[in-house]
Structure formats: C-alpha cells, structure tokens
Ligand binder design. Structure first.
Ligand SMILES: Cc1cc2nc3c(=O)[nH]c(=O)nc-3n(C[C@H](O)[C@H](O)[C@H](O)COP(=O)(O)O)c2cc1C
Length: 183
C-alpha cells in the first residue's frame, strides 16, 4: 500500500513535533512519499497536475500539520482548493480519488481538557475537523479516525523538548500502526 503525506508546516526548521513525526515516517519501512508544501511552493501558485498525479499514484493520503487556529496552515487549505478540482475530486466525472483513505494527522498545542464543552476551546478536536471530514465524504475518500496529539508546543523556558519529541514519536507510531491496519 502506498501512502502520500501532504505535509504543511510554514517553518519546519523550527518545528519539533512535526519534524519528529516526519523523521519517524522516513525511518519506516512502509511505502511513504512526503510532499512538504511550503518547501515545494513559495506562494499560492502550485503545480496542480503534479499534485493530482501524486494523488492518483497513492492508496492513502495523510494530511500532516500543526493545528493552527482550529484548522490547518494556509498552504494546505490552498492545496485543497486547487487540487480537489471539478471533475477530479467532485462533479460528474470527479471520482479520481474515490475509495482512497484520508488520515488527518495533526499536533496541537492545547491540552486535552481544553477541547471539551466546558474547556476554553469548547469543541472536541473531531468536531473542529468536520470540514476535512465533509471534504472526504464529498470526494469519496474514506475518512479514517483522525490521529492527534495534545501539548506539542516546545518552549525553551519549559525545557520540554524531549517530552514533545516523545509525544511526536508516539504519535508517528500510531499513524504507522493505522497504515499497517489499512494495508
Ligand atoms: C499561528 C498558530 C496558531 C495556533 N493555533 C493553535 C490552535 O488553534 N490550537 C492549538 O491547540 N494549538 C495551536 N497552536 C500551537 C501549535 O499547534 C503547535 O505549536 C504545533 O502543533 C507544534 O508543532 P511543531 O513543533 O511541529 O511546530 C498554534 C500555533 C501557531 C503558531
């Protein structure tokens, strides 16, 4: 089974969590291709044909990103807007990604208790990810249970780099286990 990771992180050099997750993906023996959007493209213009070709060649798609303002960084939204095109992902002939799997894999700063009705973020993470879920339904992707990890902000003052790296490694392990199950 082939997996395509669409990685969106505006500054991977300063990342701890997503960089660690991606390093674990690279170490894996599974057939994983990673496309880092902000590395491939500097502005809004992207190579839609190349992105669609990458999608056609895969069985499973992973959207890997840090949770920003209850969603993804803008490069991923821009990518979806352009790549999930009429008669490709939706419309009368838009069945090209139908039947592939979609896994949302995201790291969050906030703790688990914040993402509860009485917490400061009020909504559960799964609820906030609904636009991705509905996008999957409309395009015929199999929406796999999202994988997310709380408390992923590295802070030099908190001296928590090792902790965040451990969380990220365990996050990657869960994603890789999910891929094995799908295979
Ligand atoms: C612009 C911005 C928006 C953020 N929004 C959220 C948010 O809505 N919820 C949350 O839990 N964390 C939020 N965070 C924290 C990030 O999710 C966290 O820093 C990231 O997952 C850490 O991953 P990294 O080490 O790969 O950068 C935000 C961070 C930034 C910079």
């Amino acid at each position: 089974m082939k997996t395509l990771v669409i990685l969106s992180h505006p500054n991977l050099a300063s990342s701890v969590a997503n960089r660690t997750v991606v390093e674990e993906f690279k170490k894996s023996s599974q057939n994983i291709t990673i496309r880092h959007l902000e590395d491939l493209y500097q502005g809004y213009t992207i190579d839609v044909a190349a992105e669609q070709a990458a999608l056609l060649a895969t069985d499973t798609i992973i959207f890997q990103f840090p949770f920003y303002w209850y969603s993804s960084p803008p490069a991923l939204k821009n990518w979806i807007d352009q790549v999930f095109d009429y008669n490709f992902a939706y419309g009368p002939e838009g069945d090209k990604i139908k039947g592939k799997n979609l896994i949302i894999s995201t790291t969050l700063g906030g703790p688990q208790e914040a993402y509860l009705p009485l917490g400061y973020n009020h909504f559960r993470v799964g609820e906030l990810l609904r636009p991705f879920e509905q996008t999957a339904y409309l395009t015929g992707l199999n929406y796999i249970e999202p994988i997310f990890t709380h408390r992923c902000v590295f802070s030099p003052e908190a001296n928590n780099k090792t902790e965040v790296e451990e969380r990220a490694r365990s996050h990657a392990k869960r994603v890789l286990e999910q891929l094995s199950q799908l295979a």
